[in-house]
Design a protein around this ligand. Structure first.
Ligand code: NDP
Length: 350
């Protein structure tokens, strides 16, 4: 195979971590764009060059921008190196017989306009049935998180009373719709009246409430769950978790997916949930999980959720920001609630 014989230089921009921060929002003091010359034909045997189309923007990245010694959850990003994220792109040069120019691929690798990636770290995508960005949303890690979290950890039964927090976000939208498909009654909490309306009118939630205006959450849960809560899909943590624990039914399940309300502060300052004793009295189960544990279910999950999408049983929304320079704005929208559905950065038009 001939490769690397002739240079094909382009400008490349990548997103680099230049300093850690324990508290507050991430800014351009922490993440910076670095531009360099890039040889598209510069792959070694087994590698491919990908021109990236889509970057997934996810809350867990906040944990990876904390000092390694003080972080929890995952290993943090390394200083002066590009950050990584789930990506989708098009192969523009290949030194791997498994990939051809034009293949659309996904993988977890550095956030940049062009990247050289080991073929073994990439998965080829079928873009006949679904669009490339779907593989970062409902058919990607976000979708797998929702599917595994509600179905395998939450174990929904018809008639169960289900509360989903951050319900209008990437994971929450899918969790609510999957729980509906399984015959549950589903209520979402979200941070604006527009999101509440959308959940009820477009996404089939039985009810929803705005946790920013209905500030007595105890009263809200009494109103929306007169029969108590069987499953609480936890995306936000803190005081919401504490309030929910006072409303759970016998044998309630609480899949702990994330706790975004606590990510912008040092963990020692996190809200201390005071009423875990409810889990004892109600024989409740609270179980943390990460999507990584369920990667082996990818095929089964894509078949099921892809099927629902084709049948029109699952709808989805994307919140698209354009250009690598919009990453910070996109990322911070997750914390201000500015996003609806899956937050993405688009790097190339197609
Ligand atoms: P979303 O698209 O849901 O965006 C985050 C949402 O969180 C915002 O839209 C905002 O909506 C809400 N939010 C932000 N700050 C607060 C706050 N202080 N209190 C309450 N709500 C808040 O993100 P994802 O769907 O990607 O992620 C949702 C959760 O799932 C996160 O906790 C994330 O860490 C977790 N996750 C876990 C995975 C795992 O493997 N366990 C994998 C992927 C995600 P609003 O307007 O309603 O406030």
């Amino acid at each position: 195979m001939m490769y690397g014989s002739m240079e094909h230089m382009v400008k490349n921009r990548e997103l680099v971590l230049v300093s850690y921060t324990e508290e507050g929002p991430v800014t351009d003091d922490h993440l910076k764009i670095r531009e360099s010359n890039f040889n598209i034909n510069g792959c070694k045997e087994g590698e491919v060059t990908v021109q990236n189309m889509w970057v997934s923007v996810d809350p867990y990245i906040r944990w990876l921008i904390k000092e390694p010694a003080r972080a929890l959850y995952f290993d943090t990003f390394k200083l002066n190196e590009p950050i990584t994220s789930p990506m989708v792109g098009k192969v523009v040069f290949s030194a791997n017989s498994g990939f051809e120019v034009g293949d659309v691929v996904t993988g977890m690798y550095q956030v940049s306009e062009y990247t050289i990636v080991e073929g073994s770290a990439l998965r080829k995508l079928d873009t006949n049935l679904f669009k490339p960005s779907d593989y970062l949303g409902p058919l990607g890690t976000v979708g797998l998180t929702a599917w595994a979290g509600i179905l395998l950890v939450g174990e929904p039964k018809p008639g169960d009373e289900v509360l989903v927090s951050a319900a209008a976000g990437a994971v929450g939208l899918l969790v609510g719709q999957l729980a509906k498909i399984k015959g549950c009654r589903v209520v979402g909490s979200a941070g604006s009246d527009q999101k509440v309306k959308m959940l009820k009118e477009e996404f089939g939630f039985d009810d929803a409430f705005n946790y920013k205006t209905q500030t007595d959450w105890d009263a809200a849960l009494s109103k929306y769950f007169p029969k108590g809560i069987d499953i609480y899909f936890e995306n936000v943590g803190g005081k919401m978790l504490e309030t929910v624990l006072n409303h759970i039914n016998m044998k309630a399940r609480i899949p702990l997916c994330g706790m975004i309300s606590q990510y912008n502060q040092d963990w020692k300052e996190s809200y201390g949930v005071r009423n875990l004793i409810n889990l004892v009295g109600k024989s409740g189960k609270m179980q943390g999980f990460t999507v990584v544990e369920y990667f082996h279910c990818m095929e089964e999950f894509v078949k099921e959720v892809g099927g629902y999408m084709q049948q029109g049983k699952i709808k989805y929304r994307e919140d698209v920001h354009v250009g690598i320079e919009s990453f910070l704005e996109a990322f911070n929208s997750l914390f201000s609630g500015g996003n609806i559905g899956k937050t993405l950065v688009q790097l190339t038009p197609k």
